[in-house]
Design a protein around this ligand. Structure first.
Ligand code: UDP
Length: 329
């Protein structure tokens, strides 16, 4: 029998970047974790340390396929989140977001589990209001290249609130802003991993547009704390709640910071700005502060240092692998 504080928790996308950190934290807190992932944009090595743990279970499957499991809580994180990755198979991205949300909501309906949706700052699109409060409805191109993700996530939010109002499902919705840290894939394509890998390899650092667009970056440990705080917040508090770091910087500033922190001599080169790339993004996090007592505590330089260390190790491991393959061949 489990006590109230030890729960069986389902994490969809639990093998991914944020998901694997969340699984680890939940296991460390004494819970049982059921991880569902099809590893479309992640690798099983993210959860290698958990695979032998008696309270950890992995089901390798698509979140859009039915799940017949008994759980107390569900974190729905499954979906590629990097623009180049989610645009590769736009139809599948919409399916993952919409059918996946429907699937976890049906499971919540059948089991009485509380269910948290990992929504996104992308639902604000290219925002006309800055910083973005939860009350802002957004400015999204519904037929653009990012629509599969943005509209998929918007539809998922609509589904969560429809299930809440129609069937009294216990929902929690968070909107995750740009997050970074160890376990992002080398080829993920998002800005922090790209810049670090380019800087460490001495390659050109690719700035899209003139680099004046802004983002605000939250370290993954802070994000995991926010997700857990929201999941365990008072009954009836549904959100949506923004989770992110309210410190804004331009992409050009980020490139300069990273070049300095990696002691790199890489050149900064300017490439075309992708279609519908938001010009500015920064969360308003008063709601999270007031209702969850949550705010990020990891300074950017500290989080970047840990992330740089991670990529140094990944690059060393990748080059060792290449060397041994060459020798074997
Ligand atoms: N970006 C860049 N160079 C890269 C990758 C991304 O300048 O190699 C820019 C991108 O155009 C965007 C910002 O960095 O303005 C953040 O991009 P990312 O893909 O990390 O996530 P987004 O916030 O756009 O979802």
């Amino acid at each position: 029998m489990t006590t109230n504080s030890e729960r069986r928790i389902l994490v969809t996308g639990g093998g991914g970047f944020i998901g694997s950190h969340l699984c680890q934290r939940l296991i460390d807190s004494g819970h049982s974790v059921l991880c569902v992932d099809n590893f479309v944009s992640s690798v099983p090595s993210n959860i290698a340390a958990l695979l032998d743990h008696p309270q950890f279970e992995l089901i390798q499957q698509d979140v859009a396929l039915p799940l017949d499991v008994q759980v107390h809580q569900i974190y729905n994180l499954a979906c590629p989140a990097s623009p180049i990755q989610y645009q590769r198979d736009a139809v599948q991205t919409i399916r993952t977001n919409v059918a996946g949300a429907m699937n976890v909501l049906e499971l919540a309906k059948a089991t009485g589990a509380r269910v948290l949706q990992a929504s996104t700052s992308e639902i604000y699109g290219d925002p006309a209001v800055h910083p973005q409060p939860e009350s802002y409805w957004g400015h999204v191109n519904p037929i653009g290249v990012r629509a599969c993700y943005d509209e998929g996530k918007r539809c998922a939010e609509a589904l969560f609130f429809a299930y809440h109002h129609q069937f009294s499902i216990d929902i929690k919705v968070v909107r995750i802003f740009n997050t970074y840290g160890p376990r992002t894939q080398l080829n993920d394509g998002r800005v922090i991993s790209n810049f670090i890998v380019q800087a460490l390899r001495g390659e050109d650092i690719t700035i899209y547009g003139d680099g004046s667009q802004t983002r605000s970056f939250c370290y993954v440990d802070d994000m995991v704390s926010g997700l857990i705080a929201m999941m365990n917040s008072e009954p009836g508090f549904t959100g949506p709640v923004n989770l992110g770091n309210p410190e804004e910087l331009s992409i050009l500033e980020l490139a300069q910071v990273l070049r300095k922190q990696t002691d790199s001599h890489s050149q900064l080169v300017f490439k075309a700005l992708p279609q519908d790339d938001p010009r500015q993004r920064m969360p308003e996090i008063e709601l999270a502060r007031q209702r969850l007592g949550w705010y990020p505590t990891t300074p950017l330089v500290v989080g970047l240092e840990r992330t740089i260390d991670y990529f140094r190790r990944e690059l060393a491991a990748a080059s060792k692998e290449t060397t041994s393959t060459t020798i074997t061949a």
